[in-house]
Design a protein around this ligand. Structure first.
Ligand code: ACO
Length: 431
């Protein structure tokens, strides 16, 4: 018998089945042959929230959550954070290899020269209410780009995909900057091609009346590292949305809008905002033990935001890097007073049985909000700051899905638990 197989005995029928194991997984479709009768649909696997289902094969990002490893295309996140730049990392994620000098120059030039938005997009953003959330504006505006670039529909044309990739990576910071300026009632600041990717983003956020905006190099570098850390994270909720929506062969702007919408939620990209609100609500270091008590007694109702992860059952490697970045930023901006509360929360939680037993460690969001706040980035902007760098990961995953011969339109099965057949009752006869 082939040892790379799984033998299943169906106790309902006494029949035995041998199912191949490939790359540590069985193919769920192989279960369909397991039936009790000819008209039986066949056995399915039931897996709400995809707790143990691989939906694709991927060569982009590797995570070992038990020991806290994250690699893009094989390169450890620690090395990329120390030595790379966001644009170089985005190239690596998209194309599989680190670029040569010439490739990086061309890539940077292409991204830089696509950062301007059509003036009508500005009018579109003007139309939002004065207190609209910047993430809501970003989700809508990136979807609206689909109406400006109708060539994006040619998703199987590699040239068109490359063009939309440049446009999306280039225009997300501009959309984000415009959304922010609209939300605070400031005139839009246009892209400056002389600046780096993150320097230019800071320019579109913070430029006032000066003729030329000069980003602080420490802040610019810190933001670049944060962008590297957020560039991809394999099959998370928003990437799954990108792949799922993209599998209908819609254009990438609509698929990115769907992914960004998924990222908006407080359990995903909204978590760092929730961390900051939690820290402000706790208020001081001496109130931390009381808050931890509430979390433990709340059994899932009061969460320690920024802790826990579906995949990491160890310290999130990104959180470690972010802690170092925080020190560099606070040296420039002054120490964020909420940091002491965060450090105390971490110290107590990591010693507490409740968190140890459940393997709850700080995730990427635990400290990132503190940095963003110190830089002067409003809390509403936090999910937006996640969406900008994650766009490279979304596009890489979308393209991998499109070119994967095993992929089809995403369409899960269900276990139906509703009413059996019944006859329509006219309204006058209903009780
Ligand atoms: N605080 C307190 N308890 C927690 C926390 C937390 N942050 N996270 C999980 N738990 C508890 C759960 O209540 C559960 O306890 P139980 O076994 O007694 O029922 C146990 O730990 C397991 O948690 P699950 O909810 O099953 O873990 P899951 O993998 O489904 O959830 C998630 C992961 C959503 C990230 C969760 O840990 C959470 O909500 N954390 C806070 C929000 C957050 O920080 N999100 C950012 C994630 S990183 C990112 O998206 C970039």
């Amino acid at each position: 018998m082939n040892s790379e197989t799984l033998t299943i005995t169906d106790n309902r029928t006494g029949k035995k089945y041998e199912i191949p194991i490939r790359d540590g997984a069985i193919n769920a479709n192989d279960l369909r042959q397991i039936r009790v009768s000819e008209d039986d649909f066949g056995l399915m696997s039931y897996d709400p929230a995809f707790m143990n289902t691989a939906s694709c094969q991927s060569k982009i990002t590797y995570i070992d959550g038990d020991i806290g490893i994250l690699r893009y295309r094989g390169y450890p996140i620690e090395q990329l954070a120390e030595k790379s730049t966001y644009l170089e990392t985005a190239y690596l994620i998209l194309y599989g290899e680190l670029p040569t000098k010439a490739q990086l120059d061309e890539w940077s030039r292409n991204v830089t020269h696509h950062s301007i938005l059509h003036e009508n997009i500005k009018k579109f953003i003007d139309g939002f209410h004065y207190d609209a959330h910047p993430m809501g504006m970003l989700v809508s505006a990136v979807g609206a780009l689909s109406t400006f670039y109708t060539d994006a529909k040619n998703i199987f044309d590699p040239g068109s995909r490359t063009k939309q990739t440049h446009r999306l990576i280039a225009k997300m910071p501009t959309l984000a900057g415009f959304a922010y300026r609209h939300s605070v009632g400031m005139p839009y600041s246009y892209p400056d091609n002389d600046l780096s990717y993150t320097g230019n983003f800071l320019n579109m956020m913070f430029k006032m009346t000066e003729l030329k905006y000069k980003p602080n190099p420490v802040i610019e570098k810190a933001l670049d590292v944060l962008f590297i850390l957020h560039a991809d994270h394999e099959q998370n909720c928003s990437t799954n949305a990108m792949r799922g929506v993209g599998s209908s062969h819609v254009d990438p702007y609509c698929a990115v809008a769907a992914a960004a919408a998924a990222l908006y939620g407080p359990l995903h990209g909204g978590a760092n905002e929730a961390v900051l609100r939690m820290l402000m609500q706790i208020g001081s270091k001496d109130k931390v033990p009381e808050f931890i008590k509430q979390v433990k007694e709340g059994h899932g109702k009061v969460m320690l935001m920024g802790f826990g992860h579906r995949v990491y059952k160890n310290y999130d490697p990104r959180a470690k890097i972010i802690k170092q970045v925080a020190d560099n930023v606070f040296a420039v901006t002054g120490r964020n007073p909420l940091l002491d509360i965060a450090l105390e929360l971490e110290r107590i939680a990591l010693e507490d049985d409740y968190f140890i037993k459940r393997k709850l460690y700080p995730n990427v969001d635990f400290y990132s909000g503190l940095i963003y706040q110190s830089i002067g980035l409003a809390m509403d902007m936090f999910p937006v700051l996640f969406a900008i760098p994650r766009t490279s990961g979304w596009i890489a995953q979308w393209e991998e899905m499109l070119l994967d011969a095993e992929q089809k339109i995403a369409r899960p099965r269900q276990v139906y638990k509703g009413a059996g057949k019944r006859d329509y009752v006219p309204i006058a006869m209903r009780k």
